[in-house]
Design a protein around this ligand. Structure first.
Ligand code: NDP
Ligand code: GDR
Length: 361
C-alpha cells in the first residue's frame, strides 16, 4: 500500500473519477479540485466520499475535495502548499473541441495558461524535487496529420482552439522539465471513452441515443461527420498509464492509444447492433442516413450544425513506446468490448430513468 499524496485537477470528469478510484485502491491519499457550481457536478465521484459506499467498496480511504479553478493562481498555490502532493495529475480542461471554437479565450486560459499556473505553483513553492506532474496532453495536437500512425516524434498541427491551447500546455510542461529539472511529463492520449463519458462527445451521444431509440423513448439521432476516424480506447485502461508514467525512473512523454482506428459510422453501427437494431446506410455526405433494416425507419441523420470549422479527419496512435518502456497493454479492452460496456450501461440507465420518472408521475 502506498502512502503517497496525489492531487487531481478535473477529478469530477471522466478520467478524474477513474484515476481517483485507481489511486485510492493503491492506498494513496487522494485530493481533488472541484468547481463551485449551482447544480451538482460530483455525480461521477460521489461513491468515493460517502462513508457507507466507501465501506461497500472496501476502499482504504476516501477522497478529499477542495474548491478551486484552473483560472485562479492564488487558489492553486494555496491548495498545493496545503496538500503537499507527491504527484499532481492535471486533468482539468475545457475538453470539448467543438465548444472551443465558441469559447476560444476561456479554453486558452484554462487548458493552456492553467497548465502554466500548476507548474509555476510547484516552482514558487520550491517543490520541484518533491512533486511529479502529469499533463493531460492529447492526440488533437496532431490535428492535420503529418504521419500515420502518430508517435512521440510526429510533428504537431492542431486544428482547433482546444488543440492550440493544449499545444501550449504540452510545450510549457516540456520547457519546465528542461529548464528547472522538474519531473513533468505529457501523456499524449488518444480518444478514450467509457460509461462515464460526457454526453456530448460522439460515442456517448450515440450509445445513449441507441438505448433510448431501442426502448422507444427517442425517434432518431442527428450526427455530424460520419467519416471522422478515431483511435478509441477504454478510459479505465488509460488512467493506469498516467500513473505508470509518474512511476517511471525518468520523465518522458508517451503516446497512449490502441493502434486501431474506426469511423463514427462504424461506432454507430456497432452500438445500434448491441441494442438489437441492424442499420443500413444510404446516401452520401449531408444526405447520408442510417436506416433500420427491419422497419425501414430513418434512425440516424446528418445535421451540419455538428460540423466543425476545421475538422480532424483521422487519428491513429502508435503505442509501441508505452508498451515496451512502461509495460502497458494497449489492447486490454477491444473496440467491440468498449461499445458493449457503454451500451450495457446506457441500456440500464435509460431503463432506470424511466422507472424514476414513473415514480414521480
Ligand atoms: P471531462 O470533460 O470529462 O472533465 C474535465 C474536468 O475538468 C471536469 O472535472 C471539469 O469540471 C474540470 N474543469 C473544466 N474547466 C475547469 C476549470 N476552469 N477549473 C477547474 N476544473 C475545470 O474530460 P476527460 O476526463 O475526458 O479528460 C481529462 C483530460 O484529458 C482533459 O484535460 C482532456 O482535455 C484530456 N484528454 C481527454 C481525452 C479523452 O478522450 N477523454 C483524450 C486526450 C486528452 P466540471 O465537472 O465542473 O465541469
Ligand atoms: P474529439 O471527440 O473531438 O475527438 O475530442 P468527439 O467525440 O467530440 O468527436 C469525435 C469525432 O466525431 C465527430 N462527430 C461528432 N462529434 C460530436 N461531439 N457530436 C456529434 O454529433 C458528432 N458527429 C460526428 C467529430 O466531428 C469528431 O471528428 C475528444 C475530447 O475528449 C478531447 O478532449 C480529446 O483531447 C480528444 O478526444 C482526443
Amino acid at each position: 500500500m502506498s502512502n503517497k499524496v496525489a492531487l487531481i485537477t478535473g477529478i469530477t470528469g471522466q478520467d478524474g473519477s477513474f484515476l481517483a478510484e485507481f489511486l485510492l485502491e493503491k492506498g494513496y491519499e487522494v485530493h481533488g479540485i472541484i468547481r463551485r457550481s449551482s447544480s451538482f457536478n460530483t455525480g461521477r465521484i460521489e461513491h468515493l466520499y460517502m462513508d457507507d459506499l466507501i465501506e461497500d467498496m472496501k476502499l482504504p480511504r476516501k477522497i478529499n475535495l477542495h474548491y478551486g479553478d484552473m483560472t485562479d493562481s492564488s487558489n492553486l498555490i494555496r491548495l498545493i502548499q496545503k496538500i503537499q502532493p507527491d504527484e499532481i495529475y492535471n486533468l482539468a480542461a475545457q475538453s470539448h473541441v467543438k465548444v472551443s471554437f465558441d469559447m476560444p479565450e476561456y479554453t486558452a486560459d484554462t487548458d493552456g495558461i492553467g497548465t502554466l499556473r500548476i507548474l509555476e505553483a510547484v516552482r514558487l513553492l520550491g517543490m520541484e524535487k518533491k512533486t511529479r506532474i502529469y499533463q493531460a496532453s492529447t492526440s488533437e495536437l496532431y490535428g492535420k496529420v503529418q504521419e500515420v500512425p502518430q508517435k512521440e516524434t510526429t510533428p504537431f498541427y492542431p486544428r482547433s482552439p482546444y488543440g492550440v491551447a493544449k499545444l501550449y500546455g504540452f510545450w510549457i510542461t516540456k520547457n519546465y522539465r528542461e529548464s528547472y529539472d522538474m519531473f513533468a511529463v505529457n501523456g499524449i492520449l488518444f480518444n478514450h471513452e467509457s460509461e462515464r463519458r460526457g454526453e456530448t462527445f460522439v460515442t456517448r451521444k450515440i450509445t445513449l441515443a441507441a438505448a433510448r431509440i431501442a426502448q422507444g423513448k427517442q425517434k432518431k439521432i442527428y450526427l455530424g461527420n460520419l467519416d471522422a476516424k478515431r483511435d478509441w480506447g477504454y478510459a479505465k485502461d488509460y488512467v493506469e498509464c498516467m500513473w505508470l508514467m509518474l512511476q517511471h525512473d525518468k520523465p518522458e512523454d508517451f503516446v497512449i492509444a490502441t493502434g486501431e482506428m474506426h469511423t463514427v459510422r462504424k461506432f454507430t453501427t456497432y452500438a445500434f447492433r448491441e441494442a438489437g437494431i441492424e442499420l443500413e446506410w444510404q446516401g452520401t455526405g449531408m444526405d447520408e442516413k442510417g436506416i433500420c433494416k427491419r422497419t425501414g425507419k430513418v434512425l440516424v441523420e446528418v445535421d451540419p450544425k455538428y460540423f466543425r470549422p476545421a475538422e480532424v479527419e483521422q487519428l491513429l496512435g502508435d503505442p509501441t513506446k508505452a508498451r515496451t518502456v512502461l509495460g502497458w497493454n494497449p489492447t486490454k479492452t477491444s473496440f467491440e468490448e468498449l461499445v458493449n460496456i457503454m451500451m450495457k450501461s446506457d441500456m440500464a440507465l435509460v431503463e432506470k430513468e424511466d422507472r424514476i420518472k414513473k415514480a414521480f408521475d
